[in-house]
Design a protein around this ligand. Sequence first.
Ligand code: ADP
Length: 342
Amino acid sequence: MLSESIKTSSLETLAHTVSDVIVACDGANRVVLFNPAAEAAFHVGAGNVLGRSLDALPALEPIRAALKGYLPDGPSDIQNVSLAGGSIYQGRVLIVPGIGQVAVLSSAVQADERAKGQLAVQMGTIIHTLKTPIASAHMALDVVLAAGSLNPRQDEFTRRAQHTMNHMLRIVSELVDMTWLEAGEALQLDDVDLNELADAAIDQLKSDRIWRGVAVELHPSPDGCRVVADERRLSSAIVNLVSNAIKYSPNGGTVHVTLVSTPEAAVVTVKDDGIGIAPDQIPYIFDWFYRVVSPETRRIEGSGLGLAIVKAIVEKHGGEVTVESEPGRGSTFRFTVPVREP
Ligand code: ADP
């Protein structure tokens, strides 16, 4: 059996480390625990409330009302308590033997954020499952094309269908990245060779018809380019930048992907000689779902997610994305991945 003082001090230690509001009262309705989150929520210091009766503390009226409504046969929910500053809290009352009643409240907004995060994880899983059937259909068309018995019209339609599937796969990948970011999941850090990663990312785009004779030249860092990073997400960032560079290039243009390793960071640059971006559009292109609307971009497919994903992924790694662009002359996107200890 734990002694009462150990129980109280364990609860106190726990209460100091969580972001939930925790207020405990003894059998005589005196406040015996008031954690830092409660101080912030009620704008009252613990020193002003500890040892005093709840009945004599009008500032804690929502807690008094919640504890009064407690049902002795089990934990009872506290719904939508409005605290100072208008924040809405939800929680429950618990009975802790030897201490008394404990009210635990969390901000409804935080709870909402948590629920949104869980929904995003589930959405990500569902969206991810779309990849397999699309990829299988794409492969089936590969087999049809490889058989070589199609007339020119059938061949053209089959290739168009493959192009549509590639487009769908890109959108699915973007949605998977978006829901992953929305869920606030942690990076899966590994020792990553960016020279190899960029090569594989370019390779991944090869089956796509967006190329239209555009050449992609990789200039790896001669001294190697290793970083501790989330390989899969950085690959997404590079794929997005390179596919944009190809998409917005003229037929037969050249895209340069250059890697540089400095003691502080790896630097990835993707440069094209394409349509460029008007200066007044640059502040918006990294926004979610933003697409530049112009006669040049009208026929180019896209979702407006790519650059927002690149920015979020790079910033999650502690890096930065920049762009320099001139309409009609091309664009250069550059991002950094800071070097950190494995
Ligand atoms: P999209 O799916 O439309 O390409 P992005 O988020 O990747 O969405 O890019 C946002 C917008 O920025 C694009 O609609 C396009 O107008 C512009 N953009 C991005 N990359 C380039 C580029 N390399 N050259 C010219 N414009 C670009």
